[in-house]
Ligand binder design. Structure first.
Ligand code: SF4
Ligand code: SF4
Length: 328
Protein backbone atom coordinates (compact mmCIF):
# COMPACT_ATOMS: atom_id res chain seq x y z
CA UNK A 1 0.00 0.00 0.00
CA UNK A 2 1.36 3.43 -0.97
CA UNK A 3 2.27 5.79 1.84
CA UNK A 4 0.73 9.27 1.77
CA UNK A 5 2.08 11.59 4.41
CA UNK A 6 -0.32 14.17 5.84
CA UNK A 7 0.76 17.25 7.71
CA UNK A 8 -1.43 20.20 8.56
CA UNK A 9 1.44 22.65 9.00
CA UNK A 10 4.16 23.13 6.38
CA UNK A 11 6.85 23.27 9.11
CA UNK A 12 6.56 19.44 9.21
CA UNK A 13 7.67 19.19 5.55
CA UNK A 14 11.38 18.40 6.23
CA UNK A 15 10.34 15.62 8.63
CA UNK A 16 7.85 14.28 6.06
CA UNK A 17 10.64 14.03 3.50
CA UNK A 18 12.52 11.58 5.74
CA UNK A 19 9.83 8.99 4.88
CA UNK A 20 11.12 8.90 1.28
CA UNK A 21 14.56 8.09 -0.20
CA UNK A 22 15.03 11.81 -0.86
CA UNK A 23 18.82 11.44 -1.19
CA UNK A 24 18.14 9.91 -4.64
CA UNK A 25 17.69 13.53 -5.81
CA UNK A 26 21.27 14.43 -4.81
CA UNK A 27 23.32 15.73 -7.74
CA UNK A 28 20.31 15.65 -10.10
CA UNK A 29 18.82 18.46 -12.15
CA UNK A 30 15.31 18.61 -10.69
CA UNK A 31 12.38 20.42 -12.35
CA UNK A 32 10.00 21.61 -9.63
CA UNK A 33 6.75 21.40 -11.60
CA UNK A 34 4.09 23.85 -10.48
CA UNK A 35 1.54 26.38 -11.68
CA UNK A 36 2.76 29.90 -10.94
CA UNK A 37 -0.67 31.49 -11.15
CA UNK A 38 -2.90 33.34 -13.59
CA UNK A 39 -3.46 37.10 -13.62
CA UNK A 40 -6.16 38.14 -11.14
CA UNK A 41 -6.34 34.69 -9.53
CA UNK A 42 -5.06 34.96 -5.92
CA UNK A 43 -5.19 31.25 -5.02
CA UNK A 44 -1.95 29.92 -6.58
CA UNK A 45 0.76 28.29 -4.47
CA UNK A 46 2.72 30.93 -2.54
CA UNK A 47 6.39 31.65 -3.32
CA UNK A 48 7.30 31.20 0.37
CA UNK A 49 6.14 27.57 0.26
CA UNK A 50 8.04 26.97 -2.98
CA UNK A 51 11.16 28.59 -1.55
CA UNK A 52 11.07 26.16 1.40
CA UNK A 53 10.88 23.19 -1.01
CA UNK A 54 13.75 24.55 -3.10
CA UNK A 55 15.82 25.13 0.06
CA UNK A 56 15.44 21.45 1.00
CA UNK A 57 16.45 20.39 -2.52
CA UNK A 58 19.51 22.66 -2.38
CA UNK A 59 20.46 21.22 1.04
CA UNK A 60 20.86 17.77 -0.50
CA UNK A 61 22.92 19.26 -3.37
CA UNK A 62 20.41 18.75 -6.15
CA UNK A 63 19.98 21.41 -8.86
CA UNK A 64 16.34 22.51 -8.80
CA UNK A 65 14.58 24.89 -11.18
CA UNK A 66 10.93 25.95 -11.23
CA UNK A 67 9.11 24.64 -14.26
CA UNK A 68 5.84 25.07 -16.13
CA UNK A 69 4.55 25.25 -19.70
CA UNK A 70 2.88 27.86 -21.89
CA UNK A 71 -0.88 27.70 -22.38
CA UNK A 72 -3.07 27.38 -25.48
CA UNK A 73 -5.02 30.64 -25.11
CA UNK A 74 -3.75 34.19 -25.59
CA UNK A 75 -3.16 36.05 -22.34
CA UNK A 76 -0.41 36.35 -19.79
CA UNK A 77 1.08 32.84 -20.19
CA UNK A 78 0.91 32.25 -23.97
CA UNK A 79 4.67 32.65 -24.56
CA UNK A 80 7.62 31.81 -22.28
CA UNK A 81 8.46 35.54 -22.01
CA UNK A 82 4.91 36.48 -20.98
CA UNK A 83 4.81 33.65 -18.43
CA UNK A 84 8.25 34.64 -17.01
CA UNK A 85 6.96 38.20 -16.51
CA UNK A 86 3.83 37.00 -14.70
CA UNK A 87 5.89 34.56 -12.58
CA UNK A 88 8.08 37.48 -11.55
CA UNK A 89 5.00 39.54 -10.62
CA UNK A 90 3.86 36.65 -8.42
CA UNK A 91 7.21 36.45 -6.62
CA UNK A 92 8.80 33.52 -8.49
CA UNK A 93 12.27 34.94 -9.13
CA UNK A 94 15.71 33.47 -8.62
CA UNK A 95 16.40 36.09 -5.95
CA UNK A 96 13.27 35.20 -3.99
CA UNK A 97 13.16 31.43 -4.51
CA UNK A 98 16.84 30.48 -4.92
CA UNK A 99 16.68 28.89 -8.37
CA UNK A 100 15.92 29.61 -12.03
CA UNK A 101 12.44 29.62 -13.57
CA UNK A 102 12.13 27.75 -16.89
CA UNK A 103 8.99 27.83 -19.04
CA UNK A 104 8.75 25.27 -21.83
CA UNK A 105 7.03 25.90 -25.17
CA UNK A 106 8.41 22.82 -26.94
CA UNK A 107 7.93 19.11 -26.35
CA UNK A 108 9.02 15.57 -27.05
CA UNK A 109 6.42 13.19 -28.59
CA UNK A 110 5.58 10.33 -26.23
CA UNK A 111 2.99 7.65 -27.00
CA UNK A 112 0.64 6.28 -24.33
CA UNK A 113 -2.32 3.96 -25.02
CA UNK A 114 -2.11 4.64 -28.77
CA UNK A 115 -2.08 8.46 -28.62
CA UNK A 116 0.88 10.82 -28.78
CA UNK A 117 1.45 13.60 -26.23
CA UNK A 118 4.22 16.21 -26.57
CA UNK A 119 5.81 16.22 -23.12
CA UNK A 120 7.53 19.50 -22.13
CA UNK A 121 11.19 19.23 -23.09
CA UNK A 122 12.64 19.79 -19.60
CA UNK A 123 10.27 17.23 -18.08
CA UNK A 124 11.05 14.73 -20.80
CA UNK A 125 14.79 15.17 -20.21
CA UNK A 126 14.55 14.88 -16.41
CA UNK A 127 15.14 11.68 -14.48
CA UNK A 128 13.97 13.18 -11.15
CA UNK A 129 11.08 15.62 -10.67
CA UNK A 130 9.52 17.35 -7.67
CA UNK A 131 5.85 18.31 -8.01
CA UNK A 132 3.99 21.03 -6.15
CA UNK A 133 0.25 21.06 -6.76
CA UNK A 134 -2.38 23.41 -5.43
CA UNK A 135 -5.56 21.32 -5.14
CA UNK A 136 -8.74 23.11 -6.25
CA UNK A 137 -11.92 22.62 -8.25
CA UNK A 138 -12.04 22.62 -12.04
CA UNK A 139 -14.90 23.39 -14.40
CA UNK A 140 -14.05 20.59 -16.87
CA UNK A 141 -12.63 17.89 -14.61
CA UNK A 142 -14.28 18.54 -11.24
CA UNK A 143 -10.95 18.84 -9.45
CA UNK A 144 -7.37 19.72 -10.32
CA UNK A 145 -4.63 17.82 -8.49
CA UNK A 146 -1.31 16.16 -9.32
CA UNK A 147 -2.74 14.22 -12.30
CA UNK A 148 -3.99 17.42 -13.87
CA UNK A 149 -0.79 19.31 -13.03
CA UNK A 150 0.90 16.97 -15.55
CA UNK A 151 -2.00 15.89 -17.78
CA UNK A 152 -2.59 19.46 -18.91
CA UNK A 153 0.30 21.38 -17.34
CA UNK A 154 3.13 19.10 -18.41
CA UNK A 155 2.54 19.15 -22.17
CA UNK A 156 2.82 21.66 -25.02
CA UNK A 157 0.00 23.98 -26.09
CA UNK A 158 -0.51 21.86 -29.25
CA UNK A 159 -1.15 18.78 -27.09
CA UNK A 160 -3.41 20.79 -24.76
CA UNK A 161 -5.54 21.74 -27.80
CA UNK A 162 -5.59 18.13 -29.08
CA UNK A 163 -6.78 16.86 -25.69
CA UNK A 164 -9.62 19.39 -25.60
CA UNK A 165 -10.64 18.78 -29.22
CA UNK A 166 -10.86 15.02 -28.65
CA UNK A 167 -13.32 15.45 -25.81
CA UNK A 168 -16.01 17.47 -27.63
CA UNK A 169 -19.29 15.60 -28.20
CA UNK A 170 -20.25 14.19 -31.60
CA UNK A 171 -24.01 14.00 -32.28
CA UNK A 172 -25.70 11.01 -33.98
CA UNK A 173 -29.11 12.36 -35.08
CA UNK A 174 -30.62 8.96 -35.99
CA UNK A 175 -30.27 7.71 -32.42
CA UNK A 176 -31.58 10.85 -30.68
CA UNK A 177 -34.98 10.67 -28.96
CA UNK A 178 -34.93 14.38 -27.99
CA UNK A 179 -35.33 13.41 -24.33
CA UNK A 180 -33.39 16.53 -23.27
CA UNK A 181 -31.28 14.84 -20.60
CA UNK A 182 -28.01 16.03 -22.16
CA UNK A 183 -29.15 19.67 -21.97
CA UNK A 184 -30.18 19.22 -18.33
CA UNK A 185 -26.74 17.97 -17.26
CA UNK A 186 -24.62 20.37 -19.32
CA UNK A 187 -22.92 22.67 -16.77
CA UNK A 188 -22.27 25.34 -19.42
CA UNK A 189 -25.67 25.73 -21.07
CA UNK A 190 -24.14 24.62 -24.37
CA UNK A 191 -27.12 22.46 -25.40
CA UNK A 192 -30.80 23.15 -26.14
CA UNK A 193 -33.22 20.36 -26.97
CA UNK A 194 -36.81 20.78 -28.22
CA UNK A 195 -39.30 18.17 -29.51
CA UNK A 196 -37.43 17.85 -32.80
CA UNK A 197 -34.24 19.91 -32.51
CA UNK A 198 -30.87 19.32 -30.84
CA UNK A 199 -28.81 22.51 -30.80
CA UNK A 200 -25.16 22.64 -29.78
CA UNK A 201 -23.23 25.83 -29.07
CA UNK A 202 -19.57 24.92 -29.61
CA UNK A 203 -18.41 28.27 -28.20
CA UNK A 204 -19.96 27.46 -24.82
CA UNK A 205 -18.81 23.81 -24.73
CA UNK A 206 -15.84 22.92 -22.51
CA UNK A 207 -15.63 19.28 -23.61
CA UNK A 208 -16.36 17.97 -20.12
CA UNK A 209 -18.23 14.90 -21.42
CA UNK A 210 -21.16 15.11 -18.99
CA UNK A 211 -23.67 14.99 -21.87
CA UNK A 212 -22.03 11.92 -23.44
CA UNK A 213 -22.11 10.09 -20.10
CA UNK A 214 -25.77 11.05 -19.56
CA UNK A 215 -27.18 9.98 -22.96
CA UNK A 216 -28.70 6.49 -22.71
CA UNK A 217 -29.38 6.22 -26.44
CA UNK A 218 -25.83 6.31 -27.86
CA UNK A 219 -26.77 9.53 -29.64
CA UNK A 220 -23.62 11.23 -28.33
CA UNK A 221 -20.03 10.07 -28.46
CA UNK A 222 -16.56 11.51 -28.34
CA UNK A 223 -13.13 10.42 -29.30
CA UNK A 224 -12.19 10.09 -25.63
CA UNK A 225 -13.17 11.33 -22.19
CA UNK A 226 -11.18 14.43 -21.16
CA UNK A 227 -10.33 12.86 -17.79
CA UNK A 228 -9.02 9.72 -19.54
CA UNK A 229 -6.82 11.83 -21.81
CA UNK A 230 -5.54 13.77 -18.80
CA UNK A 231 -4.52 10.53 -17.10
CA UNK A 232 -2.75 9.28 -20.24
CA UNK A 233 -1.01 12.60 -20.78
CA UNK A 234 0.17 12.59 -17.14
CA UNK A 235 1.56 9.11 -17.65
CA UNK A 236 3.45 10.33 -20.73
CA UNK A 237 5.13 12.96 -18.52
CA UNK A 238 5.91 10.71 -15.59
CA UNK A 239 6.59 7.15 -16.67
CA UNK A 240 10.07 5.84 -15.83
CA UNK A 241 10.95 8.84 -13.62
CA UNK A 242 11.56 9.27 -9.89
CA UNK A 243 8.95 11.77 -8.76
CA UNK A 244 7.75 13.20 -5.46
CA UNK A 245 4.39 14.95 -5.12
CA UNK A 246 3.38 17.67 -2.66
CA UNK A 247 -0.32 18.59 -2.69
CA UNK A 248 -1.43 21.76 -0.92
CA UNK A 249 -5.02 21.68 0.32
CA UNK A 250 -5.45 25.36 1.08
CA UNK A 251 -7.41 28.17 -0.56
CA UNK A 252 -9.53 25.46 -2.21
CA UNK A 253 -11.56 27.42 -4.75
CA UNK A 254 -14.38 26.37 -7.09
CA UNK A 255 -12.23 26.98 -10.19
CA UNK A 256 -8.74 26.32 -11.42
CA UNK A 257 -5.57 28.39 -10.89
CA UNK A 258 -5.77 29.09 -14.68
CA UNK A 259 -9.09 30.85 -14.28
CA UNK A 260 -9.04 34.63 -13.64
CA UNK A 261 -12.55 34.15 -12.20
CA UNK A 262 -11.97 31.05 -10.07
CA UNK A 263 -14.96 31.79 -7.83
CA UNK A 264 -15.22 31.44 -4.08
CA UNK A 265 -13.33 29.26 -1.61
CA UNK A 266 -15.48 26.12 -1.24
CA UNK A 267 -13.69 24.19 1.52
CA UNK A 268 -11.74 25.19 4.65
CA UNK A 269 -7.94 24.78 4.63
CA UNK A 270 -6.80 21.22 5.37
CA UNK A 271 -3.01 21.02 5.05
CA UNK A 272 -0.37 19.27 2.94
CA UNK A 273 0.17 15.79 1.54
CA UNK A 274 3.40 14.23 0.32
CA UNK A 275 3.67 11.00 -1.67
CA UNK A 276 5.61 9.24 -4.39
CA UNK A 277 2.36 8.24 -6.15
CA UNK A 278 0.24 10.78 -8.12
CA UNK A 279 -2.89 8.61 -7.99
CA UNK A 280 -2.68 7.93 -4.26
CA UNK A 281 -2.06 11.58 -3.40
CA UNK A 282 -5.00 12.80 -5.52
CA UNK A 283 -7.29 10.14 -4.04
CA UNK A 284 -6.18 11.07 -0.51
CA UNK A 285 -6.70 14.77 -1.33
CA UNK A 286 -10.20 14.10 -2.65
CA UNK A 287 -11.07 11.95 0.38
CA UNK A 288 -9.87 14.63 2.81
CA UNK A 289 -11.87 17.32 1.02
CA UNK A 290 -14.95 15.07 0.98
CA UNK A 291 -14.54 14.48 4.72
CA UNK A 292 -14.77 18.21 5.37
CA UNK A 293 -17.25 19.12 2.58
CA UNK A 294 -18.93 16.05 1.14
CA UNK A 295 -18.86 15.86 -2.68
CA UNK A 296 -18.15 19.60 -2.89
CA UNK A 297 -16.25 19.40 -6.21
CA UNK A 298 -19.08 17.40 -7.79
CA UNK A 299 -21.70 19.76 -6.35
CA UNK A 300 -20.12 23.02 -7.53
CA UNK A 301 -18.73 21.90 -10.90
CA UNK A 302 -21.22 19.09 -11.72
CA UNK A 303 -18.32 16.90 -12.90
CA UNK A 304 -17.20 13.76 -11.03
CA UNK A 305 -13.47 14.25 -10.25
CA UNK A 306 -13.05 10.58 -9.35
CA UNK A 307 -12.97 9.63 -13.05
CA UNK A 308 -9.41 10.92 -13.59
CA UNK A 309 -8.22 8.91 -10.56
CA UNK A 310 -9.94 5.73 -11.76
CA UNK A 311 -8.59 6.11 -15.32
CA UNK A 312 -5.08 6.86 -14.01
CA UNK A 313 -5.11 3.69 -11.94
CA UNK A 314 -6.47 1.64 -14.88
CA UNK A 315 -3.61 2.70 -17.17
CA UNK A 316 -0.99 1.99 -14.50
CA UNK A 317 -0.02 5.53 -13.47
CA UNK A 318 -0.27 4.59 -9.79
CA UNK A 319 -2.50 3.16 -7.10
CA UNK A 320 -5.54 4.72 -5.46
CA UNK A 321 -4.87 2.66 -2.33
CA UNK A 322 -2.96 4.51 0.34
CA UNK A 323 -2.08 4.59 4.00
CA UNK A 324 -2.35 8.03 5.56
CA UNK A 325 0.52 8.74 7.98
CA UNK A 326 -0.05 11.88 10.06
CA UNK A 327 2.90 13.87 11.31
CA UNK A 328 3.13 17.05 13.36
S1 SF4 B 1 -29.63 12.72 -24.10
FE1 SF4 B 1 -29.15 11.72 -26.05
S2 SF4 B 1 -31.14 11.08 -26.83
FE2 SF4 B 1 -31.55 12.62 -25.25
S3 SF4 B 1 -31.65 14.56 -26.36
FE3 SF4 B 1 -29.55 14.33 -25.69
S4 SF4 B 1 -28.53 13.37 -27.42
FE4 SF4 B 1 -30.70 13.09 -27.76
S1 SF4 C 1 -19.22 18.28 -23.32
FE1 SF4 C 1 -19.86 19.27 -21.39
S2 SF4 C 1 -19.93 21.43 -21.94
FE2 SF4 C 1 -19.89 20.35 -23.88
S3 SF4 C 1 -22.06 20.12 -24.43
FE3 SF4 C 1 -21.44 18.26 -23.32
S4 SF4 C 1 -22.01 18.66 -21.17
FE4 SF4 C 1 -22.00 20.63 -22.25
Amino acid sequence: MTKVIFFSDFSAFPKALTFFPFEKFTGKKVPVKLHMGEKNNPYFIKPETVRDVVTELLKIHSHPFLHDTTVAYHGSRYTPTEYQMLAKEHGFTKKNIGCDVIIDDTGVPTTIEGRTYDVATHLSNASHIFTITHVKGHIQTGMGGAIKNYGMGGVTKETKIRIHDSSYPVYHKDACTYCGVCAEVCPFDALKVTDDLWVYDEKKCFGCGACVDACSFQALSFDADLQYLLACSAKACLQGKTVLYLNELKRIAKGCDCDPNAGPIICPDIGYLLSDDPVAIDKASLDLVNKVKKNIFLKVNKINPMKQITYAEQIGLGSSKYELVKID
